[in-house]
Structure formats: C-alpha cells, structure tokens
Design a protein around this ligand. Structure first.
Ligand SMILES: Cc1cc2nc3c(=O)[nH]c(=O)nc-3n(C[C@H](O)[C@H](O)[C@H](O)COP(=O)(O)O)c2cc1C
Length: 246
C-alpha cells in the first residue's frame, strides 16, 4: 500500500472521529427567498459579515432572480474556521463527499445537487477572494465537482478600492475547469465600499448586480427550454491525462 492509500484508509477507518473532535462549527444562517419558481440559484457569501457589502451585492442579484420566479438561497460562511483540502483523495471513495464531514462543505455539495445555478461572492482581501471561500470551494469542487458541472455560475466581489478583477478571475477558475457556463453582466461583477450603505450608493455596482441577475435568469430559462426540446450537453471526451514527467 502506498503512502497516499494508507492515509486515505486511515482517515476512513477512524470514521471521522478525529475529524469531528476538531469541530468548531458555528451556526450557518441561510436566507431563502422563494417566489414559487422551480429553479434555484445557490449563493455563497464568503465574508464573515453577514449583512456586509458582499451580502448586499448578492441580495441585489437575488432580487432580480426572485422577480423572474427563481428561488435563491444565500449560504453565510460567517466566522467559522474552515479546513483546506489536504489532497488525501478520500472523496473518490466517498461518492462525491469530503472526508471532513463536520462543516458546511458536504452540505453545500448536497445543496448544489438540487440547484440550477450559482453565485459565489467574496470580499477582496489583499487582491484575492477570502481564504475561507477558497478553502470551502477547493473542497466542495474537488469532492463534489459533479454537482456543479454544466450549471451556470458567476463570481461577485466587493472591495473598498482595488483587486476586484484579479479576485473575480480566481473564482471563475472553479467554473471554467468544471464545464460551467460563466454568466456575465454589463460590467465586471464588483461593488465598492466598506459598509452595506456604501455599496447601495455604488449605483453602477448595484446596476451590475441587477443585470447579472437578469442574465442568470435568462441563461437558466434558455437551458431549461433547450432541455425541454431534447437538446442535451454533448458527451465529452475523457481519458487523456498528460504526465509531463518523462
Ligand atoms: C484582511 C482584509 C484585506 C482587505 N484587502 C482589500 C484589498 O486588497 N482591496 C480593497 O479594495 N479592499 C480590501 N479590503 C476591504 C474589503 O474588501 C471591503 O471592505 C469589502 O467591501 C468588505 O466586504 P464585506 O462587508 O462583505 O466583508 C480588505 C479587508 C480586509 C479585512
């Protein structure tokens, strides 16, 4: 048995008891708006501020989606601590779930399975998305990428001043390696400010969020119609995994 398999088997053998003993899960609050639609967009707020700038931006996207009859849910990552992916590979034996079952990640994967689209929001920290969002997304996509694949998604960021497009690029990379159409707006998906009130005064930012909601609604409806008419995604080629070490 190689070192990697030994690690996976050891983690599986302890049934997560070590993992659970390290649990510091804070309650996760969710905001749901259901206007009776049967499509759903799952949003993640990567900020610790539950009613801060990122939340305000996501809420403006949600308003437009709700107007179109599309349900939205905002998952708040809040102030809890999140582990990074440790690359153990146990998720391959766990049917698309992360071996660390003591935080929100597996719940996000479960919710992703029944969602039709995604918006991931983050404050900009030193010109990148928050570490907590990246830790959660690394694990959610490595373990449960299938739950997100082929579903439209967008990144939204909030900054006082700079680092927005670099942060958007980082989040978009989860989508573009995972067969997900990226939804755009009338500007890059950013708002500016230090408080929720600042964001609401960023009229162009708010407009960009509204237009993102409109475009996401259109994309979801177009995909639903295509499916109704029997148009399905192409089966993709697999099997080639280049090893550059020769
Ligand atoms: C650790 C840290 C790093 C930050 N780095 C940046 C930055 O690089 N650029 C910027 O414009 N704002 C930066 N900010 C400010 C936040 O991005 C900004 O206030 C954001 O709108 C807060 O969103 P929130 O209320 O959703 O947390 C930083 C804030 C913190 C706490």
């Amino acid at each position: 048995m190689n070192r990697r398999d030994f690690l996976i088997n050891s983690i599986l053998a302890i049934g997560g008891s070590y993992v659970l003993s390290g649990c510091d899960e804070k309650p996760v609050r969710q905001v749901t708006s259901n206007q009776g639609g049967n499509m759903k967009v799952l949003m993640i707020n990567g900020s610790s501020h539950e009613k801060g700038c990122t939340f305000t931006a996501l809420s403006e996207v949600a308003k437009e989606l709700n107007k179109e009859g599309i349900e939205t849910e905002i998952i708040q990552l809040g102030t809890a601590a999140y582990r990074d992916c440790i690359g153990c590979g146990a998720c391959r034996k766990l049917n698309g779930r992360c071996v660390f079952d003591d935080d929100i990640v597996n719940k996000i994967i479960e919710k992703a399975e029944s969602s039709d689209g995604f918006v991931f929001g983050s404050p900009v920290y030193y010109a990148h998305p928050s570490g907590r969002l990246l830790s959660v997304l690394d694990r959610a996509f490595y373990a449960g990428g299938k739950a997100f694949a082929f579903k439209p998604a967008a990144a939204v960021v909030s900054a006082r001043r700079a680092g927005t497009v670099a942060s958007i690029d980082v989040i978009n990379k989860y989508f573009t390696i995972n067969k997900m159409p990226v939804v755009s707006s009338s500007y890059w998906n950013e708002v500016h400010g230090s408080t929720a009130e600042d964001v609401l005064q960023d009229k162009e930012g708010v407009q960009t969020m509204h237009n993102l909601g409109k475009n996401m609604a259109y994309m979801l409806k177009a995909l639903a119609q295509a499916k109704q008419q029997g148009l399905t995604w192409q089966e993709l080629e697999t099997g080639n995994r280049t090893n550059f070490i020769r």
